[in-house]
Design a protein around this ligand. Sequence first.
Ligand code: SF4
Length: 104
Amino acid sequence: MTEPTDTSRRKFLKTGAMAVAALPLSTLVHQRDVRAMAKAEDGHAHDYVNDAADADHEGYEDGQRCDNCAFWAGESDNGWGECHHPDFSDVLVKDEGWCSVWAG
Ligand code: SF4
């Protein structure tokens, strides 16, 4: 009566090992995709600037930056990261950047 348990355990261990082996590969693939993305230039959309200090917009308030915006997806390449806002889906934005749809 121990056979079903052994089979289940083997299946569980095999599945777990495959999942662990696949994780680094998926991470590497994601990294490659991010590095291939263009970096946003000033004016990309919504008065975006790579340095919040250059924001010349009535909606800007001191301290607002991409890396404390609700759309920030996290740094992935030397201060550059993805933004979840659809108008920035094809570019990386700078951690210290800003745009007029900043959300706290
Ligand atoms: S939505 Fe937020 S994270 Fe995206 S570019 Fe604008 S300020 Fe930066």
